[in-house]
Design a protein around this ligand. Structure first.
Ligand code: SF4
Ligand code: SF4
Length: 295
């Protein structure tokens, strides 16, 4: 069987997504299913000049980094022109990371001129209609390596990938990051962690955890097969959403004890009622440290 041709093109990027994918435990085995045409950090059979000559073929185009239409060039060629050329040739376009998908952190440097490839935060860019039929978005800062391998293998096997409104695979982004967190019991009983890194407590109120508003499967498909931010005691920053990067992190704003923004899909009334009930109970088990290191 002919291997699909894979092309990784980079625009304004920190290399974080490429490095994150390198951490995939099956990195070489996954890549062995593809012919890697070009990668910004790996040796391939085609050099950069051949890429710039725009003569290479590609089946799957992986885009990494934020876009600006003018004023960002490599080898004397506007990177954007290079990307548009290969985007037209490719059967599939996968935006790898929040920068390529929504604009991400680099958009902050020049919000008027920098965006994602097909989305500018929540808005569609002028390119959306041209590429929507072959677009798959993988937001995350950086990308979860197994989310990318999921998409590559599904494309290789010619399987359908159901997508959400931003073209993110539902298999990976249908739930919030809150689902599967080991701290859910503390969330239910409104017991908060007093600091980062503790084993006990939820990080929602006192540490501003964004997971109840954030789509992703960080607590379903663990990072490095081991853990996640919230499991290890660091609040989620909401990096898969078009609104990333956010300000005002590390504390959830409340109004009379109710968060100004309640978890996705829950009415304020329902949240207020449930919170009122659970806060009227004291659960002794949650008052103790889980592990007594002093004895
Ligand atoms: S999405 Fe995050 S990891 Fe990827 S290029 Fe942007 S800043 Fe770097
Ligand atoms: S720490 Fe975050 S993800 Fe975990 S239960 Fe609390 S709000 Fe949910």
């Amino acid at each position: 069987m002919k291997k699909p041709k894979l092309l990784w093109l980079q625009s304004i990027s920190c290399n974080g997504d490429a490095h994150s994918f390198f951490n995939h435990p099956d990195f070489f085995s996954i890549l062995s299913n593809f012919e890697l045409i070009h990668h910004p950090l790996l040796d391939t059979n085609h050099n950069f000049d051949e890429l710039l000559a725009m003569e290479l073929e590609c089946d799957i185009l992986l885009l990494d980094g934020s876009f600006r239409e003018r004023g960002f060039s490599k080898g004397g060629i506007e990177v954007f022109a290079l990307i548009e050329h290969y985007a037209k040739k490719a059967k599939w376009i996968v935006t790898v990371g929040t920068c390529a998908t929504f604009g991400g952190v680099f958009k902050e440097a020049d919000p008027e001129n920098i965006s994602g490839f097909c989305f500018d935060k929540e808005e569609k860019t002028s390119r959306y209609d041209t590429y929507a039929s072959k677009l798959i978005s993988l937001s995350g800062c950086p990308i979860h390596p197994k989310w990318l391998s999921y998409v590559l293998i599904m494309l290789l096997k010619k399987k359908k990938i159901p997508l959400d409104e931003f073209h993110r695979p539902q298999e990976l982004y249908a739930t919030t990051v809150h689902q599967g967190c080991t701290r859910n019991e503390y969330f239910e009983w409104k017991i908060d962690a007093e600091n980062f890194g503790l084993k006990e407590g939820c990080l929602f109120y006192e540490q501003g955890c964004q997971a109840p508003y954030t789509h992703g499967s960080c607590n379903k498909i663990l990072w490095n097969d081991v853990s996640s931010k919230t499991v290890s005691g660091i609040p989620c920053f909401g990096c898969t959403e078009p609104t990333f990067p956010k300000t005002g992190l590390f504390k959830t704003k409340t109004n009379m004890g109710i968060p100004a923004k309640v978890p996705l899909g829950i009415s304020k009334r329902a949240y207020f009622t449930a919170t009122g009930v659970v806060k009227s109970f004291r659960i002794k088990r949650f008052e103790k440290r889980l592990i007594d290191y002093d004895n």
